[in-house]
Design a protein around this ligand. Structure first.
Ligand code: HEC
Ligand code: HEC
Ligand code: HEC
Ligand code: HEC
Ligand code: HEC
Ligand code: HEC
Ligand code: HEC
Length: 269
C-alpha cells in the first residue's frame, strides 16, 4: 500500500514537473492578453542598453498564452531551436559553430535585452571563454547561468584551449596573443577571439576567418602579418624620412653660420 502511494506520488510530481516544463505561468492570465499587460510584471524585458528589435513587435510575437480551465501556460510559438530562424536567415557556409548549428542561439544571445552589443551575454573574449577556457568539470555547468545545463559528456565535448593565467596569450601557437595586441586591420581595435574566428559560420575549418587585404582575399593570419609588416615598414620609413629631414636642416644651419659670424662685429658700435 505504501509502495503504491509512493508510486502515485512520484507520478503526480512527474506530471507537475512536466506541466511546469511546458511553461505553466505562475499567475493566471486572460487568453487574449496584450503585451502591455505583460509589462506590468516583466518590464525588465524591455529596458536595457541593447534591446532586441523584435521586442517592439510585442511579447506574443514569440510567446503564446494558453488558458485551459484554471491553468495558464506561456509557451514559445516555435521550438526554441527554430524560433530565431523564423526571422533570421541561417548561414549556408560550410563550417557551422556547434551551438549555432543546433539552434542554441540563446546560449550566446539574450532573446530580450542585454547590457552588451547584439544582446550578447558577455563582452569580448569572455563570451567565448565561458565555454572554451580549459578548466575541469566541477559538477555542474550552465553557460552564463542560463537554464541550459550541460551534461558532463556534453561539457567534455567542447574543445578547450590552453592560455596562460592572464588569459591573454598561448593560442593558437606558442605565446601568440589573443588580447592586448593592436589589430592593424581595424584601426584602434585590439586582437580578440573574433579577429581570427567567426562566431556563427565560416568557409574554413575551425571557424577561421577569411579576410581581405589590399583587395586580395586571404587567411586572416597572412592579412594581419602583412598589414603588421607594412605598418612597421611604414613606421621605419617615416622615422628614416624624419632623420633625413633633420640632417638636411642641420646641414643648412651649419652652412649658414660662416656668413652670419663676420656680420656681427660690423653691427657693433
Ligand atoms: C501579474 C504579473 C504577471 C503578468 C501580467 C505576466 N507575468 Fe509572466 N510571470 C510572472 C511571474 C511572477 C513569473 C515567475 C518569475 C519570473 O520568471 O519572472 C512569470 C513567469 C513568466 C515566464 C517564465 C515561466 C513560464 O511560464 O515559462 C514567462 C515566459 C512569462 N512569465 C511570460 C509572460 C507573458 C508573455 C506575459 C504577457 C502575456 C506575462 N508573462 C504576464 C508574472 C506575470
Ligand atoms: C524574439 C522572441 C521573443 C520575444 C519578442 C519575447 N521573448 Fe521572452 N523569451 C524568448 C525566449 C527564446 C525565451 C527562453 C525560453 C526558454 O528558455 O525556454 C524567453 C523567455 C522569457 C521569460 C522567462 C525566462 C526569463 O528570461 O526570465 C520571460 C519572463 C519572458 N520571456 C518574457 C517576455 C516578455 C514580457 C516579452 C515582451 C516584452 C517577451 N518575453 C518577448 C523569446 C522572446
Ligand atoms: C519576429 C521576428 C524576430 C524573431 C523571432 C527574432 N528576431 Fe532577432 N531581430 C529581429 C529584427 C527585426 C531585428 C533588427 C534588424 C536586424 O538586425 O536584422 C533583429 C535583430 C537581432 C540581432 C541584432 C541586434 C543588433 O544590435 O544588431 C540579434 C543578435 C538578434 N536579433 C538575435 C535574435 C535571437 C537570438 C532570436 C531568437 C531568440 C531572434 N533574434 C528572434 C526580428 C526577430
Ligand atoms: C555555449 C558554449 C559555447 C560558446 C559560448 C562558444 N562556443 Fe565555440 N564551440 C562550442 C561547442 C559545443 C563546440 C563543438 C562543436 C563544434 O565543433 O562546433 C565549439 C567549437 C568551436 C570551435 C571549433 C570548431 C571546429 O570546426 O572544430 C571554435 C574555433 C570555436 N568553438 C570558437 C568559439 C568562439 C570564437 C566563440 C566566441 C564567439 C565561441 N566558440 C563560443 C560551444 C561554445
Ligand atoms: C557562440 C555564440 C553565438 C551563438 C551560438 C549565436 N551567435 Fe549570433 N552573434 C554572436 C556574436 C559574437 C555576434 C557579433 C557579430 C560578430 O562579431 O561575429 C553575433 C551576431 C548576431 C547577429 C547580428 C548580425 C550579424 O550577423 O552580425 C544576429 C542577427 C545573430 N547573431 C543571430 C543569431 C542566431 C539567429 C543564432 C542561432 C541560430 C545565433 N546568433 C547564435 C554570437 C553567437
Ligand atoms: C591569432 C588567431 C587566433 C586567435 C586570436 C584565436 N584563435 Fe582559436 N584558433 C586559431 C586557429 C588557427 C585554430 C586552428 C588550430 C588547429 O587547427 O590546430 C584555432 C582553434 C580554436 C579552437 C578549436 C580547438 C580544437 O582543439 O579543435 C577553439 C575552441 C578556439 N580556437 C577558440 C578560441 C578562443 C576562445 C579564442 C579567444 C580567447 C581564440 N580561439 C583566439 C586561431 C586563433
Ligand atoms: C591581429 C593581428 C594578428 C593576427 C590575426 C595573427 N597574428 Fe601572428 N602575430 C602578430 C604579431 C603582432 C606578432 C608578433 C608577436 C609580438 O610582437 O608579440 C605575431 C607573431 C606570430 C608568430 C611568431 C611566433 C610567436 O609565437 O610569437 C607566429 C608563428 C604567428 N604570429 C602565427 C600566426 C598565425 C598562424 C595566425 C593565424 C591563425 C596569426 N599569427 C594571426 C599578429 C597577428
Amino acid at each position: 500500500m505504501a509502495r503504491l502511494y509512493k508510486t502515485f506520488l512520484f507520478i503526480a510530481i512527474l506530471i507537475y514537473a512536466l506541466r511546469l516544463n511546458a511553461g505553466e505561468h505562475p499567475v493566471p492570465l486572460e487568453k487574449n492578453v496584450d503585451a502591455a499587460k505583460c509589462l506590468e510584471c516583466h518590464d525588465d524585458k524591455t529596458k536595457g542598453t541593447h534591446v532586441h528589435s523584435a521586442i517592439a513587435m510585442g511579447c506574443t510575437t514569440c510567446h503564446e498564452v494558453k488558458v485551459e480551465k484554471d491553468t495558464t501556460t506561456v509557451e514559445l510559438i516555435a521550438p526554441k531551436e527554430d524560433l530565431c530562424i523564423t526571422c533570421h536567415e541561417k548561414s549556408a557556409r560550410s563550417t557551422l559553430h556547434g551551438p549555432y548549428e543546433k539552434g542554441g542561439c540563446v546560449s550566446c544571445h539574450d532573446p530580450h535585452v542585454s547590457q552588451f552589443d547584439k544582446q550578447l551575454r558577455a563582452d569580448g573574449n569572455q563570451l567565448c571563454l565561458e565555454c572554451h577556457q580549459s578548466r575541469p568539470w566541477n559538477g555542474r555547468f550552465a553557460p552564463f547561468q542560463t537554464p541550459y545545463e550541460l551534461t558532463e559528456t556534453q561539457y567534455n565535448e567542447i574543445p578547450k584551449i590552453d592560455l596562460d593565467p592572464t588569459l591573454k596569450m598561448g593560442h593558437p601557437i606558442g605565446r601568440h596573443k589573443v588580447a592586448d595586441l593592436p589589430d592593424p586591420l581595424h584601426a584602434g581595435a585590439k586582437i580578440t577571439c573574433l579577429t581570427c574566428h567567426e562566431s556563427h559560420a565560416a568557409d574554413q575549418a575551425k571557424l577561421v576567418r577569411t579576410t581581405e587585404y589590399k583587395g586580395k582575399k586571404m587567411d586572416v593570419c597572412d592579412a594581419c602579418h602583412l598589414a603588421n609588416d607594412d605598418s612597421s615598414m611604414a613606421q621605419a620609413q617615416k622615422r628614416a624620412d624624419e632623420l633625413e629631414a633633420q640632417r638636411q636642416k642641420e646641414q643648412q644651419m651649419r652652412s649658414k653660420q660662416p656668413d652670419m659670424s663676420p656680420q656681427r662685429p660690423r653691427s657693433r658700435p
